[in-house]
Design a protein around this ligand. Structure first.
Ligand code: PLP
Length: 384
C-alpha cells in the first residue's frame, strides 16, 4: 500500500466514515445560543457590555495573566501588544518563518518589519538557536541592538506556539534578556497549553490569543492581549477603545488610537465556549491518543507529540511523513479526495509575496517541516 493510502486508512480508523470531516469545526451548543440570545435581549451588542468583562475575567483566571484585554482579532491584539512592548517604526521584529501570515502582518501594522528565523525540529516553534545566532551577530548601538543584515534596531521577538505545542519559551526568554529585547508571545493557537504549570502567552512581556472560528475556543472572530503588567493592561484597554477619556458624556480622546475592542455579542459566545474549554481539552487529548496509537503501527508517518515538559492543547493534530514534498502532496490529495480535510503547514513567510524581498536567517528546518507535516482532522467532537 502507498504511504498516502496508509495515512488515509489510519485517519479513517480514528475518525470514522462520515463522508466529510473538517479540519477543526467549532462546537456550538445550546449554551452558546442562550448566551448570545441574552446578549441580544440586553441590546448591548457592541463594545461595551457585561459579557466582555466576564470573558476577560474568565480568560485571566484560566491563564493566570492578571491582565486580559478582549479585542476584535488576534492580529489586532498582536499589533497593539508589539506597540506596547516598545516596537518602533522602522524596527526589525524576529518572527518564525513558519507561522500564519498574521504574525508578520501584525509586525508591519505596528510600523516595523519582520526578520524571519528558523523553526525547531521538536517543538515546531521558533528555533532558540536561530534567534541566538541573529542576536550574537548583531551590534550594540546607543539605540539598542542592530541587525547587521538590515541595519535596523531589533525591537522585539515573537515566538509562536505552533499547532498548540509550546515552544522553548523559557530558553528564549533567557537569550532575549541577555540583550534586553522584549518577547511578545503569539499564543493564538495555544489556549490551554502549558509549560510546567504556566500558561503559554504569559511568559513574555505581553502575549496574545485568537478566538477565530477555527480555534479551540471561538468568539466568531476575536483576540485577547495578555499581560501581568497592570500599566500595560491599562494602556492596552485604552488604546483599543479609541483612547477615550472616561466621562459620562464628553468625547475626549488623548491619542490616535483604535476601535479594536471585542463586541459584547462575540464575548457572549466566548463566555459559553470558555465554560466548555476543559471538556474540549479532554476530547482533544483523547483524539491525540487515538491517533498516536494508530500511527505507531505505521512506518513512514510519525504522529507529532507535545514537546517534553509541556502540556499541549493539541489544537491541530499532525503527522510527519517521510518521502519529501511529493509524498506529502500524495497524502494531501488522497485524504482531501476522500473527504478528510487535511492541510499542510503554511508556506513559509519569507517566500510569501509581501515578504520575499526581505533579508532573513537561514531556515533549513522550517523548509523541511513545510515539506513533511500534514495537519489532520482535529475537531473535539471527533472524540467526545
Ligand atoms: C499563529 C497565529 N497568529 C495570529 C493569528 C491571527 O489571529 P486572528 O485570525 O484572530 O486575527 C492566527 C490565527 O488566525 C494564528 O494562527
Amino acid at each position: 500500500m502507498s504511504a498516502a493510502a496508509e495515512v488515509l486508512r489510519a485517519i479513517r480508523d480514528v475518525v470514522g466514515d462520515a463522508p466529510v470531516v473538517g479540519l477543526h469545526v467549532p462546537d456550538i451548543s445550546t449554551v452558546e445560543r442562550q448566551r448570545v440570545q441574552e446578549c441580544l435581549d440586553s441590546t448591548f451588542v457592541s463594545s461595551v457590555g457585561a459579557f466582555v468583562t466576564e470573558f476577560e475575567r474568565g480568560v485571566a483566571a484560566f491563564t493566570g495573566a492578571t491582565g486580559a484585554v478582549a479585542v476584535s482579532s488576534g492580529t489586532a491584539a498582536l499589533q497593539v501588544a508589539l506597540e506596547l512592548a516598545g516596537v518602533r517604526a522602522g524596527d526589525d521584529v524576529l518572527v518564525p518563518t513558519l507561522s500564519f501570515v498574521a504574525t508578520a502582518n501584525a509586525v508591519v501594522h505596528a510600523g516595523a518589519q519582520p526578520f524571519f528565523v528558523d523553526s525547531d525540529e521538536e517543538t515546531l516553534g521558533m528555533s532558540v538557536e536561530s534567534v541566538a545566532s541573529v542576536l550574537r551577530d548583531s551590534r550594540q548601538s546607543s539605540d539598542g541592538l542592530v541587525n547587521p543584515a538590515t541595519g535596523r534596531r531589533i525591537g522585539a521577538i515573537v515566538p509562536m506556539h505552533t499547532l498548540g505545542h509550546p515552544m522553548r519559551v523559557e530558553e528564549l526568554l533567557a537569550v532575549a534578556a541577555e540583550h534586553d529585547i522584549p518577547v511578545v508571545e503569539d499564543a493564538a493557537e495555544s489556549l490551554g497549553s502549558f509549560v510546567g504549570d504556566r500558561h503559554t502567552g504569559t511568559f513574555g512581556r505581553l502575549g496574545i490569543l485568537s478566538f477565530n472560528g477555527n480555534k479551540i475556543v471561538t468568539t466568531g472572530g476575536g483576540g485577547m492581549i495578555l499581560t501581568s503588567d497592570d500599566e500595560l493592561a491599562r494602556k492596552a484597554r485604552h488604546r483599543t477603545t479609541t483612547a477615550k477619556v472616561p466621562h459620562r458624556w464628553e468625547f475626549e480622546h488623548d491619542e490616535v488610537a483604535y476601535n479594536y475592542r471585542m463586541p459584547n455579542i462575540n464575548a457572549a459566545l466566548g463566555v459559553a465556549q470558555l465554560d466548555r474549554l476543559g471538556a474540549f481539552l479532554s476530547s482533544k487529548r483523547r483524539l491525540a491518543a487515538r491517533y498516536r496509537d494508530r500511527f505507531s503501527e505505521m512506518s513512514g508517518a510519525t504522529f507529532i507529540e507535545e514537546p517534553s515538559g509541556t502540556r499541549s492543547n493539541y489544537w491541530l493534530c499532525a503527522v510527519r511523513v517521510e518521502g519529501g514534498r511529493e509524498t506529502l502532496d500524495d497524502v494531501l490529495t488522497a485524504t482531501n479526495d476522500a473527504g478528510l480535510m487535511c492541510r499542510p503547514f503554511w508556506n513559509p513567510l519569507h517566500e510569501q509575496s509581501p515578504y520575499r524581498h526581505l533579508a532573513h536567517a537561514p531556515v533549513p528546518v522550517a523548509l523541511a517541516l513545510r515539506d513533511s507535516v500534514v495537519c489532520i482532522p482535529s475537531s473535539p467532537a471527533l472524540a467526545s
